[in-house]
Every structure is written in structure tokens, then in C-alpha cells.
Design a protein around this ligand. Sequence first.
Ligand code: FAD
Ligand code: EPU
Length: 338
Amino acid sequence: MYTTKNISLKLYHSFASNETTSDFSIITSQNDIVAISNWSKQNDKPLLILGSGSNVLFTKHFDGMVAKMELMGIKKISETPSEVVLEVGAGENWHYFVCYCVQKGWGGIENLSLIPGTVGASPIQNIGAYGAEAKDTIKNVIAYDTINEKWEIFTNQACNFGYRSSLFKSEKNRYIISHVHFTLQKQPTLKTDYGVIREVLHERNIKNPSLVDISNAIIQIRSEKLPDPKKMGNAGSFFKNPIISIDQFEQLKTEFPNMIAYPITDTTYKLAAGWLIEACGWKGIRNGNVGCYAKQALVIVSYGIESGKEVYEFSESIIQSVIKKFGITLEREVNVIN
Ligand code: FAD
Ligand code: EPU
């Protein structure tokens, strides 16, 4: 296993701030996972698994082991006339995996095109976009339990998936995911409910879309709306969309009739955090090296930060102003490392 000491993490995460780590390694096998977990215990130092760093915010020097996941491989493990089950290494690039399935004509994850990151991170926050979530196709997750020191296979149900959440996110840093099993459909039902997908298909005069058409439409939508982390540091949506009770929703709706919200259950509503932040006047605002993205207020961008602390403080100001105006506390989606 490759290991080194005292390096900058700048190249390993999408906010590209300059925090350092005392120890760094690259994982390419299940044996490496066990070894790195043992190292962390023997040296009494924390361990942080990093995929491609597109949903983390470092705020200071990390005195421990940052282990970058590069365990690769895509393998078919079963097939029926209607489905195929694939085992995918945690280090595979997510968008590469989506394109691989789309090209083969296997449906289920095409709406998740262009989400940055690794396959191993996809169950952590149950990545989602444009009417699909990773949980819709994940069959099993194979992970090493660093507390009980054993490998486990989690079924979809055992993963306890929710909106941007899972067992792996709530039991922070306990499990190291080595592989994910996905069930893909050979005769997929395409998900075109999101209005903007239909608009793009219409613009392109596509009446009977294929998986490739859906994937290309999503790539277009995302490229127009979200900043490219290679050009401008960011981690996608910085906050989750808050879920509130119907009573609170009705109260707020009286005061803010334009507020954007979607019913989730009979008793809850999800609010568009981007709208709340914009309504507080943050959209397009820059403060030093940090700003609220001009095309999407839910995204915080870097104009060349030295430390993620600057982003954290900016995000705290947003949280406080949303509390003041709406009485709602936004929760950070990004994993803050402190
Ligand atoms: P990292 O950022 O490296 O890690 C994220 C967390 O997972 C960390 O806590 C890390 O310790 C843990 N982790 C990573 N790999 C493993 C592993 N193998 N085992 C155990 N723990 C692990 N997300 C969405 O859901 N929907 C979107 O539409 C979306 N759009 C985005 C757009 C942009 C421009 C950006 C920058 C981000 C976006 N994101 C989105 C967030 C991000 O892409 C996802 O959270 C992605 O899954 C992160 O993958 P990663 O490999 O970069 O994970
Ligand atoms: N909106 C505003 N102002 C803004 C931004 C959004 O009013 O500045 C409104 C939009 O007009 C729209 C609503 O808010 O009516 C929702 O906006 P959008 O469709 O852009 O989606 P989102 O809720 O802001 C979520 C996910 C994204 C995902 C998109 C598409 C979360 C936290 N974010 O964003 O995921 O790509 O939907 O499905 O759920 C991520 O998690 O990092 C991420 C980018």
C-alpha cells in the first residue's frame, strides 16, 4: 500500500483548500482496508476515507490517516432476461459507471449522470438527482466494520436509506465500503417526470428518448446550472432541503406565498433551500474568497480559499439569516471535517 506523510490535501477535494494531513495512503484492495483500519487503532489516530473529495470540507490540519479509495473493478455477478446485477469497486468514478451502464442499455442510474464522486460514496448520502436516488438500484453494500473488525454485506433495507442519508452517514466513519452491488434493468422505465428533463427533450425534438438521450439531457441541465469544480471550488448543494411539518408549512406559506415546497408525506413538506437562501439576499454575494453561486443559491463556491474555515464561516452566516427570516435551521449536506 502506498503511504506518505505531511502532505497538502489541495488536489484531493473539490473545494481545493490547502489543509494538510499527517498521514496519507491509497487503498486498492480489501486487504488494504483491513490494514489501514488496524493502523488507525495501533497508532490511535483517526481515519478518514476519501473518494474524490466532492462532498467534504476540510477546516484544519488532519492529524490522522486520510486514505483515498482506489479499489477498482466492474463485474457482472448475475443476469436474468430482465435484470443484470453488477459488483462495482468503491474507487470507480461514478459518472464513468453511469456511462458504462447507459452504453450497455442497462437502466436505473441514467438520471444520476455527471454527479461527481466515486461509486463507494454513492450509498453514503444516497446520492440523488432529477427523480432518482442511488437506493433505487443498490442491492447490497459490502463494507468493513472497523469497530467489530469484520466484513459485512448490507442489504438495501439494512442500509437505512433516506433523503441524503444512510446508516453509513449516521454511523460516521465506522464502515469502509469496498464494493456496491447494483441491479440494473434491461427494459428500463425512463424517469422523465422532472419538468426540466421534458423541456430539454422537447427542445431537442426527441419523442422516444433512449437511455443515452436522458443521460445527455441531464448532462446539459447540470452543466448549465452547477459550477464545474475544476474551475470553481464547490461541493454541490451545501445544505439539505429542509423537511418541515404541514403546520409549519401552512404558517410560512401565508407569510411567503411564493415559497417553493413539495409535499413529501401527508404530514410533511420539503422546502427548496435555494429559494430560502435567495430570499435572504445571498444569491451571487461574494465575501472575500467565498461566495453564494449566482445561478444556484444552494451552492457555496470558492474564489481561491486557503482554508475551508472561510467556507464554514460563510455557511454559518447563511444559516443564521435563514433562521432569522424563516425560523428554519438549515442542515449542512457537506461532510465537515474538523
Ligand atoms: P467524498 O467527498 O470523498 O466523501 C464523502 C463522504 O463519504 C465522506 O464522509 C467520506 O469519508 C465518505 N466516504 C467516501 N467513500 C467512502 C467509502 N468507500 N467508504 C466509507 N466512507 C466513504 N450529490 C448528490 O447527491 N446529488 C447531486 O446532484 C450532486 N451534485 C453535485 C454537484 C457538484 C458540482 C458537486 C461538487 C457535488 C455534488 N454532489 C451531489 C455531492 C457529491 O457528488 C456526492 O456526495 C458524491 O457521492 C461524493 O463522492 P466522493 O467520492 O467525492 O465522496
Ligand atoms: N431555487 C431558487 N433559487 C435558487 C436555487 C433554486 O428559487 O437559487 C428553486 C428552483 O427554482 C426550484 C427549486 O428551488 O424551483 C429546486 O431547485 P433545483 O431543481 O435546482 O434543485 P435543488 O433542490 O436546489 C436538489 C439537490 C441537487 C440535485 C437537484 C436536482 C439537494 C440538497 N440538492 O437541488 O443535488 O442535483 O435537486 O435533482 O437535495 C447535491 O446534493 O449536491 C445536489 C446538487
